[in-house]
Design a protein around this ligand. Sequence first.
Ligand SMILES: Cc1cc2nc3c(=O)[nH]c(=O)nc-3n(C[C@H](O)[C@H](O)[C@H](O)COP(=O)(O)OP(=O)(O)OC[C@H]3O[C@@H](n4cnc5c(N)ncnc54)[C@H](O)[C@@H]3O)c2cc1C
Length: 296
Amino acid sequence: MQFTRERVMHELKRRTLRVTNVTRVAPDYARITVTSPELEGFEAPGPADHIKLIFGEAHGRPIMRDYTPLNFRETAEGYELDIDMVLHETDGPASDWAKEAAPGQLIQQAGPRGSKLAPAGITEMVLVADETAFPAVSRWLEAVSDAVTVHKFFFTVDERMRAYFDDQDDITWFDIDEAPEGILAELRKLTITDTTFAFLAGEAITITPCAAIYAAKPACASTNSTHRATGSVGLQSSTTTSHSTQKTLTSRTESASRPLLVRSKPLVQRREAPHVRQSNVLSLWPRNLGRLRRAH
Ligand SMILES: Cc1cc2nc3c(=O)[nH]c(=O)nc-3n(C[C@H](O)[C@H](O)[C@H](O)COP(=O)(O)OP(=O)(O)OC[C@H]3O[C@@H](n4cnc5c(N)ncnc54)[C@H](O)[C@@H]3O)c2cc1C
């Protein structure tokens, strides 16, 4: 049996948004609500959709970071979008902006460029995520039907981040240091079928071996050949720099028997090597190296 995923493209727009509200969804995790008439027609129907927030320019190029558009709504006052942003301990343009965010502040935003809808026909879902992917996880949990069995393996730099999901008691939590081996061991216990879908997002040191488990499953073999036939497996990546280098490995076919979606960060210690190019990870997907550039 195979599942299907519909893909939708959007007109790429750049907008100026105004902050209307800032709350805490967990310690060091801000929910920032923005508004603008320019949000009219905003669409982000895919659970793993991401938008760009733009924090000025450096060397003539925009400084952009990826974020998940969490909730979008139309109110009597206009359109509102919630974005949940981790307030990282270390400085960075996005995190710094979020730490200071207050009503009235403006931010530039672009996208999303396209959306992949939640797959139809899955029976089981595996979610592996660090705190930056919690908004995406929330969207996945809303997107899949109650009939789908969901396995949740989450890891955090800071244990207090677990408060983000304090209404859920079926999560297996890991500290970031124990995540690579711990999550791998859990995943090995699971049976993967053609209707299992996995969303993996976090540091590559954890995510890359997890992705390998799925890639090695016999169920994936037929999908690989499908991919070869269509040339449609690829890495969508946004950046080369350290922790924020993330990638999405996904089937671009609309019908695939391998349900794997990966977003990962590089195999380095974030705080020790903040701007190192990650050739070790990228070498897994050499044809995508050219995409991994951004202004910083
Ligand atoms: C598709 C996608 C969707 C994303 N969605 C979200 C989202 O909804 N919410 C969210 O908070 N993040 C999200 N992220 C992650 C976010 O884009 C990065 O964390 C981003 O690098 C933060 O930018 P910055 O300018 O604060 O830090 P950067 O300039 O990129 O880095 C500066 C410093 O910040 C710290 N830092 C950055 N990222 C991390 C991290 N993940 N863990 C620990 N320390 C870190 C490091 O100490 C680093 O040295 C998403 C990323 C992708 C690819």
